[in-house]
Design a protein around this ligand. Structure first.
Ligand code: PRT
Ligand code: MG
Length: 212
């Protein structure tokens, strides 16, 4: 049995064409079904539906053989015990610093002010601001980061941006582009040894589908 961990939403949707290229069709829709283990047309391939942030954990501990997860999630989680064969170029976005349109970020940085930064991405933020020599107090949030500067919880946020519509709707502006983000295939290293042929087949089909 080959077990693939996926999160619902954009990653699931954008993975379907890759699975199709590997001859795998998921037989249930995770948005409609309450099942957490989805069957496929391949009797020896199943899909687990897990929280996006839990995908690396499932694969690391062998709850799943493979998974697909954002580079953001991997950088926060770490990639110990994981083999990362492919950047799938799906679920693309960027991770940025944003502030209220009326906050003078450039002056605050120039003056060496201590910034309060709200984010789900504590590791990425710590590393980014340290590399710039900016002192920050990081406030860990689990979602809706855009709210924090609006109510004075923080001066800035570090969050994912794709169209920019969420920032705009909340009168926030992007002031730093930290890095580009896309999703990667992650593989359990022990599973790769034990189930080499079927896992290689999936990796190769995905690679061919994205033109590698
Ligand atoms: O939603 P949930 O809390 O369950 O989990 P999650 O947010 O971790 O998962 P999910 O499925 O929303 O995101 C999974 C992965 O998709 C992320 O880890 C990223 O690698 C990738 N991805 C790509 C995105 C976006 N684009 C994105 N735009 N993840 C989130 N967003 C959010 C962003 O946080 C912000 O709130 O969308 C909003 C901004 O979008 P725009 O288009 O308004 O700029
Ligand atoms: Mg989300």
């Amino acid at each position: 049995m080959i077990t693939l961990a996926l999160s619902k939403g954009r990653i699931f949707e954008e993975t379907l064409p890759l699975l199709h290229a590997a001859g795998i069709e998921v037989l249930e829709d995770p948005e409609k079904s309450r099942k957490l283990i989805l069957t496929t047309n391949q009797p020896d391939v199943r899909v687990l539906v897990v929280r996006a942030t839990d995908v690396p954990t499932y694969v690391q501990y062998g709850g799943a053989d493979l998974g697909i997860t954002g580079k953001d999630t991997l950088l926060e989680h770490g990639s110990e015990g994981l083999y990362l064969p492919l950047d799938l170029q799906i679920a693309k976005c960027r991770i940025s610093v944003a502030v209220r349109a009326d906050f003078d970020y450039a002056s605050a940085v120039k003056q060496g002010s201590r910034l309060r930064v709200a984010t789900k991405y504590v590791a990425i933020s710590r590393e980014f601001f340290a590399s710039k020599g900016v002192h920050v107090d990081l406030i860990k949030l689990y979602g809706s980061m855009e709210l924090a500067p609006l109510v004075g919880l923080s001066d800035a946020i570090v969050d994912l941006v794709s169209t920019g519509n969420t920032l705009k709707a909340n009168h926030l502006v992007e002031v730093e582009h930290i890095m580009d983000i896309s999703s990667r295939l992650v593989v359990n290293q022990a599973a790769l040894k034990l189930k080499q042929a079927p896992i290689r087949r999936i990796i190769d089909a995905f690679a061919a589908a994205i033109g590698h």
